[in-house]
Design a protein around this ligand. Sequence first.
Ligand code: NDP
Ligand code: PYC
Length: 344
Amino acid sequence: CTGGPVNTDMINLSIDQVYDLSVDVLSRNGFSAPHTAAIAQTITAGQRDDCQSHGLYRLIVCVRTLQTGLVDPAALPVVTHPTPAVVQVDAQRAYSLLAFQEGLPHLAEKAKKNGIAVLAINNCFHFSALWPEVEAIAALGLAGIAMTPSHSWVAPAGGTRPVFGTNPLAFAWPRPGAFPYVFDFATSMVARGEIELHRRTGKPIPEGWAIDKYGQPTTDAAAGMDGAMTTFGSYKGSALSTMIELLAGPLIGDWTSMQSQAYDAGAGATPLHGELLIALDPQLLGRGMLTANTAAAEAMLDAISGQGARLPSERRFKARAKSEQEGVWVSRALYDEVRKLGKS
Ligand code: NDP
Ligand code: PYC
């Protein structure tokens, strides 16, 4: 989700301006106040952290999806408690973010009672990066894992026809007095949003990201979107993506990416499916040695960064600090397109 270089075609916005613009676009287009706030917060966080594929650009996708009539802009999530360690939130075909907000306190409470807990979100349209959610879990002192399917855009390693979604996997580990350790990546070579941004700006994509509809490697973003994206790490990414389909799909009574794609039937809406989140409590699982365990974890993480290797999310945390000081840079073309969506 990395950003591009800053140049004269870009304009500077404060973080508050990004949030206000998001609220304006979402509310004018018909999202209810709670959904508007939840979506605007996540889009603002994405732009602030220089995650261009999941920042302001996603407003265009949200509005386009709303115009298909498929997403419910106001449905309230319904929370149930099937077991002491499981909270299930039915998003009722609205976007996922309000369902996550509703489910998070229950997830944390259950993890702190049981050592481990699961939040299953069902029936949600899902456009967002997963790091804000695992970071929120880590902020409560818990380790967090999140995963979700999407639309079947990605071919399995060794194949040429799309089966998997871009299926992100995110993990956060709470660290004393520091940002948590966080990774969050698509199990495809890149997020679909990244290829879409290349297509929109007419840039070629690097070799290896996608194949065309004849199964041939391509550097043409549109041809790659018509064909199939590839998994990262060959058969390893393919297997991880399969796991995500199973755990965040049939395991929790929800759709695979193929089912989401079939339901969409060419409408071009955000994918509709489930999301699985797992929280683990280091206090309860650590055999009473929290201080020693934390020290061991810190020593291991320091051994990574101590040799100059960068930790995932370091770029993002640096971007966050910079944005908080200087605001964010947005391409004028994107800004103009987004602003038009807010005009009634
Ligand atoms: P990237 O390949 O850009 O990076 C993903 C992760 O790897 C980040 O944690 C990033 O940290 C880290 N990273 C990148 N480069 C390095 C490096 N050199 N050393 C160490 N760590 C590194 O992202 P993707 O294109 O795979 O995914 C982007 C986003 O898209 C994710 O947030 C994901 O959740 C979202 N997404 C959402 C989907 C959905 O259905 N909702 C579907 C697919 C993706 P940093 O951020 O600091 O660069
Ligand atoms: O960028 O791959 C992606 C994506 C799919 C759904 C939301 N983001």
